[in-house]
Design a protein around this ligand. Structure first.
Ligand code: FES
Length: 127
């Protein structure tokens, strides 16, 4: 049996939304102290909708595939919906990750959570 699903391989080899948004409305970063991998998410938000999202991941194949899939899952979605994104949903959308690679999908969830937290803080300060 192959270690990684075809979807994981596809998103690893052809990551979607890879890069930086220079004028992002929110940026979030997450890291895993054990493996040293780091993920950064950039969000562009208009009227409560995530109109654009890009990521940079310095990490393993699963982390890159997870970030790529996570960006696809939240692009065009309302902020409230993106806040509910779980690492399980990311892994499921990839047709699964090996059990010991599940923590890689957690990075994607945490980076998005962090970006949205920063966004909400900024919004509250502007009121
Ligand atoms: Fe660290 Fe995958 S091994 S994120």
């Amino acid at each position: 049996m192959a270690l990684y699903s075809e979807k994981v391989m596809d998103h690893f080899l052809n990551p979607r939304n890879l890069g930086v948004i220079e004028d992002a409305d929110a940026v979030g970063e997450a890291g895993n102290a054990k493996c040293g991998d780091i993920m950064k998410m950039y969000l562009k938000i208009e009227n409560g909708i995530i109109v654009d999202v890009k990521f940079e991941t310095f990490g393993c194949a699963s982390a890159i595939a997870s970030s790529s899939m996570a960006t696809e899952l939240i692009k065009g979605k309302p902020v409230e919906e993106a806040e509910k994104l779980t690492n399980k949903a990311v892994a499921e959308a990839l047709d699964g990750l090996p059990e010991y690679k599940m923590h890689c999908s957690v990075l994607a969830q945490e980076a998005i959570e962090e970006a949205l937290k920063n966004y909400n803080n900024k919004e509250n300060n502007n009121e």
